[in-house]
Design a protein around this ligand. Sequence first.
Ligand SMILES: Nc1ncnc2c1ncn2[C@@H]1O[C@H](COP(=O)(O)OP(=O)(O)O)[C@@H](O)[C@H]1O
Ligand SMILES: [Mg+2]
Length: 336
Amino acid sequence: MTPSELVKQLFLSFNNQDNEAFIQTAREYIEREKRKKHTIVAKELEKALYQSATVSSAQRRFKQSLPIPRDTEKGFPLLEIPHFEQNFDNLILSSDTKAQLERIIREFKDADILATYNLSYKKKILLCGKPGTGKTFSAQIISSVLNIPLVYIRFDAIISSYLGETAGNLRKVFDFIENGTWIVLFDEFDIIGKNRDDNHEHGEIKRVVNNFLQMLDNFKGDSILFAATNHQNILDSAIWRRFDAVIDYELPDEATRKQLFERYLRSIKRDKKINFSQAAQDSQGLSPADIKMITVEAMKTTIIDARNTLTMDDLERAIEQFIRREKVKYHRQGNE
Ligand SMILES: Nc1ncnc2c1ncn2[C@@H]1O[C@H](COP(=O)(O)OP(=O)(O)O)[C@@H](O)[C@H]1O
Ligand SMILES: [Mg+2]
């Protein structure tokens, strides 16, 4: 059916009060829009359709009608669809990194317009950087900002024990995501950096990575695919080339650390003498996740001491404690 025939069909079914036909035609129209890569329009139509009272909750769930794929051997789910309500302002990054993320959001929102020029939004994005710098968090926030569900895949879990099963598992994951519009995160994509010198597993792991990259190349869906890794230095150009963007997550500088302390201590009453600049100086080399943990400890001290204002002393003690703990960890692990 042409678009105008579809609309005519919609009107007719409305007149005939034929709910089934109405919904079916509406869905057909939405699918057309999706095929034309009018992702935002399709999303909005979907939202409008499912807000109407005539659509039952069973019908509403049709999008998730594909069952969550499971591991062939052990049967555990290969992906999760967690829900997030997060504001873009909660992400504190250097202006450069943040601008790159904003750009990804804008391109996706303008996917229709780009498509009319035969251009595509940035679809495959590699996030690199130390642990706790906000790679996973960024994908969660983008999912929340665009109001598109996140498909979360722990890459290491898929491949950990049964390397042989990996191709099958990956195929299942891709089949699932190609069937909808998602923000997809292949998290802990660290296998690409592991065991490079370990000859025993090396060939097998290389196959897994190549397999993944091939599926990435052939991916035709309307989603954004993120892969996140802590290993950045070992990425060879063969991998880089496959991605439309590579975003580097640096540890926060002093000004950014100050911002993080301020952000995370917003929810509690603070002593006037609190010195965030000092806290920022004392926390050199720490990640945003570390700083979050410190602020949580400091707030808890205030609360369990039954005081109503957090003091600089609470904060400094929490920082010292954290750094001591890190040192223990560092000694245990040797010089990692
Ligand atoms: N850049 C950031 N700005 C604000 N909070 C952050 C940032 N990075 C990390 N966090 C906090 O630390 C938590 C863990 O970070 P995460 O995104 O899992 O790090 P990564 O995936 O890079 O290891 C996040 O859920 C968030 O609360
Ligand atoms: Mg992570």
